[in-house]
Each structure stands twice: as structure tokens, then as C-alpha cells.
Design a protein around this ligand. Structure first.
Ligand SMILES: [Fe+2]
Ligand SMILES: [Fe+2]
Length: 225
């Protein structure tokens, strides 16, 4: 079987066992909307796997390196889950403008120092938790579908832990002010990318205006001591 096509960034060939997921029980419009969002999220997982591999290699702290390598492994699992989900959803035309913006966004996250990269990741993973928790609300389409609820629930739990690790490391490397500045910039940029997919969020029962407003600002105290 050919390796699945990457969403954005090619990872080393997976050593993970292939996963298959059941067909989600979603309406046609909702399945199509999710098929737009999954590549966007998958692009983030590929970027995150590469980022955490790089951060783990560069870490000179004996405790940080294994924690970062473990996160990279979890991001690969997320990528694999989303690839399996994409295969279970209706085929969709890839949205070139959306995917170009997502790719550019993730490349920009890695600019500057490792400390800045970690601060941006903490801000972005916290934003991903917000996105997923809205998608998982019981009155939203994903929250009402057992297949996708389990998949995104797992990613949500892992991402909440990634935020704790990356913000702790960012705090040890940079000032609260510097971390907040770079993370706020990344969140604003993320809101710009997500704005291109507002209709898909709307179809899945997530209010895009409220989502973009909340993603575009950094939660108070993310990097406070
Ligand atoms: Fe992830
Ligand atoms: Fe993550």
C-alpha cells in the first residue's frame, strides 16, 4: 500500500501500525465541512511532529529532551488518526488557498529562537484546545458523533498536556512578556488562517465569529509564573 499523501509536510515513514476508523455518522454537509478542516488540522500535526523532533534534538536539558520527543511521537499518532479520518470522509477538493496559508503559518512558527518557537507552540496548542472543545460540545456535530468525538477527544487531551509542557519550558527560557508577545502574534496569524474556513466551522455547529475572536487573543496568564 502506498504511504498516504501528507497534508502539508512529509514525515519520515511511519513505523506505527496503520489505523482504520469507522465511518463517522455525520450528515453530508457536516462530513464535507469536516473534510475541509481535517487537512488543516493534519497540516498542524505534521508541522508539530517535525517541530518537536527538532526541539528535542536541540534541547540540552536531559529532562526536556525526552518530554519533547514523546510529544513528537504523539503528534505522529494524531497525524495518522487524521489521515485515517480523511480516508473515511467524502473526497474533497483540497483548498489550495487554505492549505498554502496553513503551511506558511507553520513555517513562520519556527522562526527565531527555540524559546520563541516553544512560546508560539504553547499559544497555538492552547488555541487548538479551544477549537476542539467547541467542536466537541454536545450540541455540535462532532460532539454528537461517537466516532469523531472519540478521535478528537483523544487529540484534545494530548494537546492540553502539550500546552503544559511547552509553556513550562517556554517560561524557563524566556520572560513572561517576551513569551506572551510572540504567542499573541502567532494566535493572531492563526485566526487569519482559520477565517478562511469559517463556513466549515459554522456547518459543524461552531460559531466562527466567536471562535476567531477567542483564538485571536492570548488567554490571560498563559505564561505567568
Ligand atoms: Fe497534535
Ligand atoms: Fe501538540
Amino acid at each position: 500500500m502506498n504511504a498516504p499523501r501528507p497534508f502539508c509536510f512529509r514525515l519520515a515513514p511511519a513505523t506505527l501500525a496503520p489505523v482504520a476508523i469507522a465511518v463517522p455518522r455525520l450528515g453530508d454537509a457536516q462530513a464535507e465541512a469536516l473534510a475541509v478542516l481535517v487537512p488543516l488540522l493534519g497540516c498542524g500535526e505534521e508541522a508539530a511532529a517535525l517541530a518537536f523532533d527538532g526541539l528535542a534534538d536541540a534541547a540540552d536539558d536531559d529532562l526536556a529532551a525526552p518530554a519533547l520527543a514523546l510529544i513528537a511521537d504523539e503528534e505522529r499518532v494524531h497525524e495518522q488518526l487524521l489521515s485515517a479520518l480523511a480516508a473515511a470522509l467524502p473526497p474533497t477538493d483540497r483548498q489550495p488557498q487554505l492549505m498554502r496559508a496553513a503551511r506558511r503559518f507553520h513555517i513562520d512558527l519556527g522562526r527565531g529562537s527555540g524559546a520563541e518557537h516553544l512560546a508560539r507552540i504553547a499559544g497555538i496548542d492552547a488555541a487548538v484546545c479551544t477549537i476542539l472543545s467547541r467542536m466537541l460540545r454536545p450540541d455540535a456535530a462532532i460532539g454528537a458523533d461517537p466516532v469523531t468525538r472519540a478521535l478528537f477527544g483523544r487529540i484534545h487531551r494530548d494537546e492540553a498536556r502539550h500546552v503544559r509542557v511547552s509553556r513550562t519550558l517556554a517560561r524557563s527560557l524566556g520572560s513572561a512578556r517576551a513569551n506572551a508577545d510572540v504567542a499573541a502574534g502567532a494566535r493572531e496569524a492563526l485566526a487569519g488562517v482559520l477565517g478562511l474556513a469559517g463556513a466549515a466551522f459554522d456547518t459543524l455547529g461552531v460559531d466562527p465569529d466567536a471562535l476567531l475572536r477567542d483564538i485571536g487573543r492570548l488567554p490571560d496568564g498563559l505564561f505567568a509564573a
